[in-house]
Write a protein that binds this ligand. Sequence first.
Ligand SMILES: [Ca+2]
Ligand SMILES: [Ca+2]
Ligand SMILES: [Ca+2]
Length: 637
Amino acid sequence: MVKTTFRFAIAVLLLLIVSRTGLVLAQDLPVHAGTRVLRSGGLVVEVGDPNSPECRWNRGLRFSPVANVLRVQLNGQEFLYSPVDGGVVSPGYVGGLPMEFDIGQEEFQPDPPGYVEGTSGSSFLKIGVGILRRNSSAYNFMTNYDVIELADTAATWHSDRVHFAQTLSGTANGYSYALEEDVIVKNDRIIMNYVLTNTGSKTFTTEQYIHNFLTFSGKPVGPDYIIGFPYNLTSSPEIEPWSPPVRRLSIASTPQVVRLANMIIYKTRVTSVPKIWVYKPEDYAGRDLFGVEQTDTAQRLVIESSLPAEYVGIWTTDYQVSPEQFLIITLAPGEHIEFTRTYVFQVDDFIRQDCTGDGTVDACDVSAMSVAWLSKAGDTKWDPGCDIGEPADDEIDLVDLAALASCWRRNGTPPAPVAYWPLDETGGSSAVDSANDHVATLHNFPTDDSQWVAGAASGGLQFDGVDDYVEANDYHGVTGKSPRTVVMWIRTATGTQPPMALLAWGQASPGSYWQLAVDSNRRLKLDCDAGTIVAGKAVGDTQWHHVAAVLDPIDRENPHVSDVRLYVDGMRQPVDQLIECEIDTAETGALRMGRAHYSETDSHFGGTIDDVRVYNRPLSGTDIQHIYAGTDPWQGP
Ligand SMILES: [Ca+2]
Ligand SMILES: [Ca+2]
Ligand SMILES: [Ca+2]
């Protein structure tokens, strides 16, 4: 009997898995003929089949049939420009993530190997495509050159990956190559591993890039598209630095795209923008990546290359934005190079550890993992959605189980804070931390308990703006470069004079402080000492406001002030002012409410503070809205 029940339970679990898979299959992919679909968790990726005569996208003599990614959906949200009707890119049927070698468009970009040294009628190498015949003009990537030999492209397909091997039988006047690429999908990312070999008798230099035709959830390019870099960029002169808006009689002069610290920001609906070239500092030694974000849809994509890019070109039209890392590679005969491009996709409420892609980490995920237990990529039991440990190693083992356990029972609601002061006391000079044990002490408050007043969520704490402050005993907040979120309710008192500190820790040296404050113009400000980000909306207006700051770096090893998102009353706020600075918060000053650690005279908060929370992870916009609306399970009693 027990055995039967057990079997029944297993059958039910299997049924759940099958029906869940059925749900994923029902998603809107593929939509282009001649493609195949790769899946992992909630990520579905449509890739052109190089050997299908029906695949007409990104074909021709520019783009390679290798790794012809046409469409990406995460949790049903689209990331790429991928029209089904031919599209608007001339000459048509172009979209997704097409790869090209040697576009040779600008003076500083190399032409295809063999072109410049050749003469009219001689052969040249178009890597990724084959051997073509040149004409009497300079190289033009739009020209339909005569084909001497198209490269042979073999593809080996699996449910979560495809391997391409491209070879030539001949050479172009001594130039030849072999190209291999794996495209692997893993829950939140596409990993593209390349091996390029010089199989000819001459050294060549080639330039590889991918058109990243990005359109998030079909949103036209305009306000709320942001491209962020983890370094102090310089750019070609088409783009001007931005400063806070001054009163203008006409908005006609508002530029379409501007530069603000490490970011490129689209200010208006884009019509046409000249190509922008972005350069990193000469001495930059960090990771070569950038992030593209759409603040309305809360979608973000971080694109990284393991090879340092020479420059990033940004091509923008009204329907797509394409930031492209250009890699320049020189190979002697017989030499090869291996490199990787990684695309990490983010949407609100997405949980990378959700093996089944159903939005919650629960028994179904454990069940999926137990089915795939100890399998490796390619095994019959293999389930790519379960390879959730860091780093993803194409094996399902204890590392993955631990990653699942760390997110156990997570669903669409906010995770637990690491410190949480509901401030619901009615007397006394300490405030309890209901998430942990970081009791906070009230300093210089009245002795008659009159400071415990009505708050935004049950009781709150009133500060006199003169000398009142609260300090957590030996708690130093979330420090270093760690992602984090701070959330609180505030109401300034009538007659107070900002700037005023709200919540602070760290020490006063550039990048080492972490202070949420009301600035002298009564706006919400996050201050890291030397670096500052300010939201446009006033919060020091004697009304209750829910305020939040989220540090969610594009590059987790290299967080900047520009990686901070500010929220007021549950809504993401556009940036009004930004002074860039790297963030590495010191572990010195204990967490304080209502007073900074260093500006002793003018920083005391006057008004009421309530429901103060600290998280050791970046919360999503949906999380912040839940907390603002009081619909998350951690709400105070
Ligand atoms: Ca799940
Ligand atoms: Ca693993
Ligand atoms: Ca409260």
